[in-house]
Design a protein around this ligand. Structure first.
Ligand code: SF4
Ligand code: MG
Length: 333
């Protein structure tokens, strides 16, 4: 069963200099109980894609799509009230920096209790019981005394556990985690990813993990979506992306995975910078940085080519008759 189905999403930001085309026609789905990773550098459109779905973008954003269906409901037809109701109940979210998301003036217990009061209408002992249950679920030791403490009394990893507890407080069907481990050191990162993996199995929820680090998604995600320049450039099962990647940008991301075990990380960054989305290039957005770029790449956007039921790629290299194939009908637009 499909839980979230996004068809042809386009998100534009109106700024003084013009329109930034942050997401340029992205389609994907997430099944019930499935975890997908959305991977790309900053500015690839991965966070904006999910913030468009949950309607959490600033006023200058314009979101268009053919459909955004969540759990059988067309979200494009729903008002802001409906969206507020599902944020923090059916859809839980966690972000990069748990310190800025937590209020330093309130205890951890109060902050976990708030969404429970609002969405589940629990109070008093019942709410407290639920808070303790949640702290246990995210493996915070000694929950009874921990809930009386303030955010500064928690380490970075423990704070992220608290954020996960808050996100899970109303039993969401979908958990969106945007760079959840980026601010944490490597050992703690691994612990948080282990926890998310466990929770996914225990609670049978769907997870969308957004990250710039392809290494982070390997453990948790069944499928991976690679984004570049506001486009989906490759999509496949984790196996397909790690063992049979076909897009030169995916190759670059794989080379730039920080090695956890290496003394000095042998990270090879992808040279060059992402395209200017105020005036996106006519052809493949990766062309200026791609060592395989051909003439056709500069001129025409590559169409999506299916390689298996689950694997697709948008790159001229994969076109059966590329390079130099000139039949206009095969080119997008
Ligand atoms: Fe490189 Fe061309 Fe493929 Fe783009 S379409 S990734 S420029 S080979
Ligand atoms: Mg981001």
């Amino acid at each position: 069963m499909i839980l979230l189905d996004v068809v042809n999403l386009k998100t534009t930001f109106q700024i003084d200099a013009g329109n930034v085309q942050a997401v340029r026609g992205v389609s994907f789905h997430v099944d019930e109980g499935e975890s997908i990773g959305i991977v790309g550098e900053s500015g690839s459109g991965k966070s904006v894609t999910m913030l468009s779905v949950t309607r959490l973008l600033p006023e200058n954003a314009k979101v268009e799509a053919d459909s955004i269906n969540f759990n059988g409901t067309e979200l494009l037809k729903q008002d802001d009230n409906f969206m507020r109701k599902i944020q923090g109940s059916e859809i839980g979210m966690i972000f990069q920096d748990p310190m800025t998301s937590l209020n330093p003036l309130f205890t951890i217990g109060d902050q976990i209790m708030e969404p429970i009061r609002i969405h589940q209408k629990l109070s008093g002992e019942d709410a407290k019981k639920r808070v303790i249950e949640l702290l246990k679920l995210v493996e915070i030791p000694d929950p009874e005394s921990r809930l009386k403490q303030y955010p500064h009394e928690f380490s970075g990893g423990m704070r992220q556990r608290v954020m996960i507890a808050i996100a899970l407080s109303c039993n969401p069907k979908l958990l969106i985690a945007d760079e959840p481990t980026t601010a944490l050191d490597v050992t703690v990162q691994a612990q948080i990813l282990d926890l998310m993996d466990e929770l996914k199995k225990k609670l049978n929820m769907s997870i969308i993990l957004i990250t710039h680090n392809l290494g982070v998604v390997a453990k948790i995600c069944n499928r991976i979506i690679v984004m570049y320049g506001g486009l989906l450039v490759e999509e496949g099962t984790s196996r397909e992306i790690f063992y049979e990647p076909k897009h030169p940008y995916t190759w670059g991301l794989l080379r730039s995975i920080p090695k956890v075990t290496a003394q000095k990380s042998k990270l090879i960054p992808i040279p060059g910078s992402p395209p200017d989305l105020l005036s996106p290039p006519a052809g493949c957005p990766f062309a200026p940085r791609c060592e395989y770029a051909m003439k056709v790449c500069m001129k025409y956007p590559p169409k999506k080519i299916g390689l298996s039921d689950t694997h697709s790629v948008a790159c001229w290299l994969m076109h059966p008759k590329s390079p130099g194939y000139k039949m206009e009908g095969l080119y997008a637009n």
